[in-house]
Design a protein around this ligand. Structure first.
Ligand code: RB5
Length: 154
């Protein structure tokens, strides 16, 4: 199965996004770039929401989001039901966010990790599958929490 990958950043993640884009191109991994496309200041909630919604609707399988720390983009993405965003600055966490949490969004801080490590993190994260089993039960409980609060709001 060919993964449908999305990528997006704010100005703080722009330089590292370019590195990740180069990696995806060199690895032949198709992706959709939602911007931003320069270091001009933008508000990360504005760039994250369309990507998180695309993941939640199933239009993308996975997304990589970048800001200065990775924190802002991960907070915003996790507000959208169906998104499980993991902020990972090491390959162990990146692999386990897939194996155990079925993370569908990877958050990275452009001011935190260098390009070489970021490429390894992205590569491991995209290649790793979900282990299922007891982890599926736990992920199911996350979905149940989303449903509980969605009902309260409606
Ligand atoms: C922008 O300066 C910075 O606040 C943003 O990129 C991000 O780190 C927020 O979490």
């Amino acid at each position: 199965m060919v993964l449908r990958v999305a990528i997006a950043c704010d100005h703080g993640g722009f330089k590292l996004k370019q590195e990740v884009v180069e990696y995806l191109e060199s690895a032949g991994i198709p992706f959709q770039d939602f911007g931003t496309f320069s270091e001009e200041s933008v508000d990360y909630p504005d760039v994250v929401l369309p990507v998180a919604e695309a993941v939640a609707r199933g239009e993308c399988d996975r997304a990589v989001l970048l800001c200065g720390t990775g924190i802002g983009v991960s907070i915003v993405a996790n507000k959208v039901p169906g998104v499980r965003a993991a902020l990972c600055h090491d390959t162990y966490s990146a692999r386990h966010s897939r194996l155990h949490n079925d993370a569908n969004v990877l958050a990275l801080g452009g001011r935190v990790v260098g390009p070489g490590l970021a490429r390894d993190i992205v590569a491991d994260w995209l290649e790793t599958g979900f282990e299922g089993g007891r982890h599926a039960r736990r992920v199911g409980k996350i979905t149940a929490i989303e449903e509980k609060y969605a009902l309260r709001r409606s």
